[in-house]
Design a protein around this ligand. Structure first.
Ligand code: SF4
Ligand code: SF4
Ligand code: SF4
Length: 245
């Protein structure tokens, strides 16, 4: 019986949101977020999702202090979490700052202050989701202009920081080289505990993920393929993904 109630609740919830989506879109649009649920990357230190939604007061303090402009606030089409902070690693990942300023800025406990350094962050786990498109496996050089996305993002930011400029410059230097970007740009203090390039059966290389990955999404952000070959599974742990697999 319990699942029938849940299904009915979900039906009512999504029907209502669906109607809202249709209304807002003039009857033409259905937002994928309405059905996607709350499975997105939260800022470092985020407590479990249910608690996070209860504690977050949507003040935007974490957004203000992030020197990479990584954190955004959900818009009203994102269901129960409207106004809460999240990170879209396809646009700008977390670069795991040493002192984790976003956590320090959080006044509500939604970002747990026990998260004091990059190694304490557990946002998710990286996965080579699309090995067929990985440039290292196919031994394809990083194409010219691959870094346009980063340039555009940085150009769109009003108070761009030095650290962001350095990131863009560093990435530019990879043009035409063989791709090791995901491993090279892993920002944690001991990146080898999270990711390394290893030999692939086809003669190329491939990224391999280890238990030290904190799920910051930087590898996803810098991956030069049209749809990132490597992605972060939000809230998932290494054991949950790799040991199950
Ligand atoms: S750790 Fe740094 S880069 Fe990551 S979200 Fe917090 S402030 Fe932004
Ligand atoms: S492997 Fe990717 S998600 Fe994991 S810590 Fe490194 S950059 Fe972040
Ligand atoms: S960044 Fe990593 S996953 Fe993406 S193409 Fe390069 S080696 Fe492959």
């Amino acid at each position: 019986m319990a699942h029938i109630d849940t299904d009915r609740r979900d039906f009512i919830k999504y029907s209502t949101l669906g109607i809202l989506g249709l209304t807002l879109g003039g009857g033409m649009v259905f937002s994928p977020y309405l059905a996607a649920g709350e499975n997105r990357l939260r800022p470092p230190g985020a407590v479990d999702e249910k608690k996070f939604l209860a504690l977050c007061i949507k003040c935007g303090q974490c957004v203000q202090v992030c020197p990479f402009h990584s954190i955004k606030l959900s818009d009203m089409l994102k269901g129960a979490g409207a106004g809460t902070p999240y990170i879209d690693a396809n646009e700008r990942a977390c670069y795991s700052c040493t002192a984790v300023p976003c956590v320090l800025a959080c006044p509500s406990g939604a970002l747990d202050h026990h998260c004091e350094k990059p190694e304490d962050i557990h946002m998710g786990i990286a996965v080579l989701e699309f090995p067929d498109t990985c440039l290292a496996i196919s031994q394809t050089a990083i194409p010219k202009g691959f870094n346009e996305k980063m340039h555009n993002f940085t150009d769109s930011v009003r108070n761009v920081t030095e650290i962001e400029k350095e990131l863009v410059e560093k990435l530019d230097s990879y043009e035409g080289k063989e791709c090791t970007l995901c491993a090279d740009m892993c920002p944690i203090p001991n990146p080898m505990s999270a990711i390394a390039m290893v030999s692939d059966a086809g003669g190329g290389y491939k990224p391999e993920i280890y238990a030290g990955c904190i799920g910051c999404g930087a590898c996803q952000d810098v991956c030069p393929t049209t749809i990132a070959s490597i992605v972060v599974k939000p809230r998932m742990t290494y054991d949950e993904y790799y040991k199950k697999a």
